[in-house]
Design a binder for this molecule. Structure first.
Ligand code: 4AD
Ligand code: MG
Length: 453
C-alpha cells in the first residue's frame, strides 16, 4: 500500500514500514548514504529519505536524479532536521522512471514565462503544484457553498447559438475533417453556432423552474485583450435566483466571495504559505481583512463622482456614461476605498440587453464586484422580467425576437423578478493566491496568439 506524502508528514506516530512514491526533487550522496527529497504532489512539503549504501535498489541511486520517479519503502521516524516532522529511513528503493539531465525543472529559480512554455511539466514546480491544489479546493468550496444554500447545479451547454453578452466575441463552431479546410457552409447544426460566452441565459430558464440554480463550467471569449486578467478560455461560476432583486444579488455575491476567502484561510493545507512567502507578502493579512469587513457599495454615478473628484490623470478620461476601465476599478478599490467594492446601476448604454431598466430610464440594475489588485471579479444583474421592456431592449440592441423566442417565453409564462451573476474563477484564484497573471492559474492557458498544447 502506498502512503501519500501529505499523510506521512502529518502522521501521529512512527511506522515500521511504509511505501511512498513520487518524484525526486534533490539528492545528495555521501560515501555511506544518500539523502533524497521526494515529492508526490499531495502537498507542498517533501519527504526526506535517508538511504544507506547497499540497501536493495541502491545500485540505481545515481539514476535517481531530479525529476525521476522513485518508490521508497522504509521506516517512518522522527526527523532530526530543522522544520521537518518525519523522515523515512529506507530499507529498499525502486527506480520507476528515470529523468535525464536535460529535465527542465532542475532546482533553481525559473521565470513564469519559461514555465508557461512547459505547461505539461509546470505542475511539478512547488509553486504551481500549490496553485493547482488551490484550484481544486476552491472548486469544491464553490459546490459546498451552493449546496449549503440549497442551490441546484445545472449543466448549461457549451455549444450555443446565442451571444449572451452581445459583444460579438465568440468562437465559431465548424466541422472539419482532420487536415482539410473547414466547411462552415455545410453547417452541422443547420445554423451558426458558437462556444458559449456565459451559461446565464440557460441558467435563467432553470432558475424560473427550480428557483435557485448555478452553473460552473468553461466559457470562451474571442476578445483580443492582451492583459494579465483575460483568457480566451476560462471558467465561470454563475448562480441565478428566482424572486431575487439587485440587492439580494449583491448580498449573495459578497457572501460568496467571503466564504471562498475564509475557506482558503481555513483549509489551504499549507499551500498559502508559499504564496505569502514568495508571491505576495501581504496576502494572508489582506485575505483576513476581506473575510471580515463588509464590502463597499456605491452606485456607478457615485463612483464617477469619486473618480472625477480625485484629480487623478487616467489614460481613459472619466465622464458619466463611460464603461469603467481597469485603471478606474483599481483606483476605487486600491486608492479610494481600499477594500472590495460593489458598483451598481450602470448606464444602460454600456451593458447587455438582458439587464433590468431602472425607473430613471438611463441606468440598469447591473452590478460588478471589484477587488484590489485585479479589478472586476464578478459581473451580474437583476434581469429584465417585463416582456414588453425586454422586447424593446432587444430591438435597441439589434437582436431578433425569433432567435431568442425561448428566452422571451420565460417572460411570457410565469415571469418573475430574478437575478444572478458570474464570478471569473481564475480571477478569484488570482485574488486568493496573489498570482499576477491569469496564465499562471489555469492548467493550460489559451490566450490570443497562444494555444501551445
Ligand atoms: O461580466 P461578465 O462578462 O458577465 C457575464 O458573462 C454574465 N452573463 C454573468 C452572469 O450574470 N451570469 O463576466 C463575468 C466574470 C467577470 O466579472 C470576470 O471575472 C470573468 O467573468 N471574465 C473573464 N475572466 C477571464 N478572462 C476573460 N476574458 C473574462 N471575461 C470575463
Ligand atoms: Mg463584466
Amino acid at each position: 500500500m502506498r502512503t501519500l506524502i501529505k499523510n506521512a508528514l502529518k502522521s501521529a506516530h512512527p511506522a515500521d514500514s511504509i511505501t511512498v512514491k513520487g518524484w525526486v526533487r534533490t539528492r545528495r550522496d555521501s560515501k555511506e548514504f544518500s539523502f533524497i527529497e521526494l515529492n508526490d504532489g499531495s502537498c507542498l512539503g517533501n519527504l526526506q529519505c535517508i538511504a544507506d549504501a547497499g540497501i536493495s535498489g541502491y545500485d540505481d541511486i545515481h539514476k535517481m536524479s531530479t525529476g525521476a520517479a522513485v518508490g521508497i519503502t522504509g521506516q517512518l521516524i522522527e526527523s532530526q532536521g530543522k522544520g521537518q516532522t518525519w523522515e523515512i529511513h529506507a530499507s529498499s528503493l525502486e527506480l520507476i522512471g528515470e529523468s535525464p539531465s536535460d529535465f527542465p525543472l532542475q532546482k533553481k529559480g525559473h521565470s513564469p514565462e519559461f514555465l508557461r512554455s512547459i505547461s505539461h511539466l509546470r505542475p511539478r514546480a512547488n509553486l504551481y503544484g500549490a496553485v493547482f491544489r488551490m484550484r481544486s479546493r476552491l472548486s469544491k468550496a464553490i459546490h459546498r457553498f451552493f449546496d449549503e444554500q440549497d442551490f441546484t447545479y445545472v449543466h448549461t451547454p457549451i455549444i450555443t447559438d446565442s451571444d449572451c453578452e452581445g459583444a460579438g466575441e465568440m468562437f465559431r463552431v465548424t466541422t472539419q475533417q482532420q487536415g482539410a479546410a473547414p466547411k462552415p457552409e455545410e453547417d452541422f447544426f443547420g445554423k451558426d453556432t458558437y462556444l458559449t460566452v456565459s451559461g446565464q441565459l440557460e441558467g435563467e430558464a432553470f432558475a424560473t423552474a427550480l428557483s435557485n440554480v448555478y452553473t460552473f463550467g468553461p466559457t470562451f471569449r474571442a476578445e483580443n485583450s492582451h492583459t494579465t486578467r483575460h483568457a480566451s478560455e476560462f471558467w465561470m461560476v454563475e448562480p441565478e435566483m428566482a424572486f431575487c432583486d439587485l440587492e439580494g444579488d449583491m448580498d449573495l455575491a459578497e457572501e460568496f466571495v467571503k466564504y471562498l476567502v475564509k475557506d482558503v484561510l481555513d483549509n489551504n493545507e499549507g499551500d498559502l504559505e508559499i504564496f505569502n512567502k514568495f508571491v505576495d507578502k501581504g496576502l494572508r493579512k489582506r485575505l483576513e481583512f476581506v473575510a471580515e469587513r463588509p464590502f463597499q457599495r456605491v452606485s456607478y454615478t457615485e463612483a464617477i463622482d469619486i473618480l472625477l473628484a480625485s484629480g487623478q490623470k487616467f489614460e481613459y478620461p472619466v465622464e458619466w456614461g463611460v464603461n469603467l476601465q481597469s485603471e478606474h476599478e483599481r483606483f476605487l478599490t486600491e486608492e479610494h476605498f481600499k477594500c472590495p467594492t460593489t458598483v451598481y446601476n450602470y448606464p444602460k448604454s454600456v451593458k447587455p440587453f438582458y439587464m433590468r431598466t431602472n425607473d430613471d430610464g438611463k441606468t440598469v440594475t447591473a452590478m460588478d464586484v471589484l477587488v484590489p489588485g485585479i479589478g472586476e471579479i464578478i459581473g451580474g444583474a437583476q434581469r429584465e422580467e417585463r416582456l414588453d421592456v425586454l422586447q424593446a431592449n432587444m430591438k435597441d440592441h439589434g437582436l431578433s425576437e425569433e432567435d431568442y423566442w425561448w428566452y422571451l417565453d420565460l417572460r411570457k409564462y410565469g415571469t418573475c423578478p430574478h437575478a444572478g451573476f458570474g464570478l471569473g474563477f481564475e480571477r478569484m484564484l488570482m485574488f486568493v493566491t496573489g498570482m499576477k497573471n491569469i496564465r499562471d492559474v489555469i492548467p493550460f492557458a489559451r490566450t490570443p496568439g497562444s494555444c501551445e498544447f
